[in-house]
Design a protein around this ligand. Structure first.
Ligand code: TXA
Ligand code: MG
Length: 367
């Protein structure tokens, strides 16, 4: 299949959609409405969009990504009022949450109604819904005139895509269109919160944090067991997608993290020890760490190591934004072992650490 590439040139330069950009999105909207697939930017990561109400489109999405068909898709809307068209019940408690954080990087799980095909929800009776804030995503959904099912626009198992270049790497020839809107602001996928039970449950951490929800609702919310460690054979995460190997570069990754508060300054020492131990046994050892950590270890010790700097520790949002790009780069570099620095789990740090723990397949060394 030939993939058409369209670049939102003015949006990338000025941050707002020009008439020329809108024309390109009109084309993408037509593709989606008529059952085709288009990758498009959102504020979190790129999405691989198809008509959420057409089961054939859902089938195409699974095929293009190589994604197991029991892993449900997120349905994207462009008005809160669109929600009524796809869910059977809107719990009271979800209303202030939507009001506070939509449009934005948050997905809520509701009971679905009959208009959403089982193919879109991986056979579940519930549906994940997101109202993104990205202007191009909003315009596209509105013009398509249907809710858009969009998982992250990566091949299944690879890190999510945060630029059109990543989408091209994974999806060229497999989808009808890729819309280039520059790099994504957040860089990590949306927070997922399940509202189908009595107490809201966070299934995936993101830029909207547990603390933000708790403060707003004035109750304690729960976190799915899958966020705390690898599940044993019997347990299943509530978000089916969280059970798959994810975000993972090809090389094995070791995550070095402070086990207790106050031990943060021991992390660079442990990383240095691991570098010394491993540098001979591997052809292309790699390190993923902050500027501060690299400075402490020093250029001499790092010579011959494939170092990717995540950013400054004072800017966790910046670290989040570039994370998936770096994980992808290790594959290109041919890294054969990756040592990664762990961070504090406050605010967006929790989502960063969730992705790093999964990328490391829970191989975590606590100091
Ligand atoms: O930021 C995002 O959420 C991006 C952009 C494109 O919006 N989308 C995204 O979709 O990350 P995806 O498919 O890569 O991740 C969706 C996650 C999966 O782990 C899936 O299992 C879970 O959401 N999910 C979807 N529907 C669900 C449902 N009804 N119940 C529980 N989990 C669900
Ligand atoms: Mg994904």
């Amino acid at each position: 299949m030939e993939t058409k590439l369209l670049k939102l040139e003015d949006f990338i330069l000025e941050g707002r959609l020009s008439e020329a950009d809108k024309k390109k999105l009109d084309e993408a909207a037509k593709v989606i409405k008529t059952g085709g697939l288009a990758a498009f930017p959102t504020e979190t990561v790129y999405g691989l969009g198809g008509n959420a109400l057409m089961k054939e489109a859902a089938g195409k999405i699974y095929k293009a990504k190589g994604r197991p068909s029991d892993n449900p898709l997120i349905v994207h809307i462009s008005h809160v009022s669109d929600l009524e068209k796809i869910v059977s019940e809107i719990p009271e408690m979800s209303k202030p949450v939507m009001e506070a954080f939509w449009p934005g990087p948050m997905t809520l799980i509701f009971k679905k109604n009959a208009s959403v095909p089982a193919e879109t929800t991986g056979g579940l009776g519930t549906v994940a819904v997101r109202f993104p804030s990205h202007p191009a995503a909003n315009y596209l959904i509105e013009k398509a005139g249907v809710p858009i099912a969009a998982p992250s626009a990566n091949l299944s198992g690879r890190p999510s895509t945060t630029s059109a270049l990543h989408c091209i790497e994974d999806l060229l020839g497999k989808v009808d269109m890729i819309i280039d809107g520059g790099s994504c602001d957040v860089g990590l996928e949306s927070t997922i919160i399940d509202f189908t039970g009595k107490i809201p449950v966070i299934l995936r951490p993101g830029a909207v944090t547990k603390a933000m929800i708790e403060e707003l609702l004035n109750i304690e919310v729960m976190e799915d067991a899958a966020l705390k460690g690898p599940l044993d054979g019997e347990e299943r995460p509530k978000a089916p997608g969280m059970k798959y190997r994810h975000y993972a570069p090809k090389a094995p990754m070791l995550l070095v993290s402070a086990g207790v508060k106050g031990h943060e300054n021991m992390v660079p020492d442990k990383i240095l020890e691991l570098i010394r131990e491993n540098r001979k046994a591997y052809d292309r050892p790699a390190l993923l760490c902050s500027k501060e950590c690299a400075d402490i270890i020093g250029a001499d010790e790092l010579s011959g190591i494939d170092v990717r700097i995540t950013g400054n520790l004072s800017d966790m949002a910046g670290i989040a934004k570039g994370l998936f790009k770096h994980l992808r780069e290790f594959d290109e570099d041919g890294a054969d072992i990756i040592i990664a620095e762990g961070y504090g789990e406050e605010e967006i740090g929790e989502a960063v650490m969730n992705r790093l723990k999964k990328a490391a397949a829970w191989r975590i060394i606590y100091v």
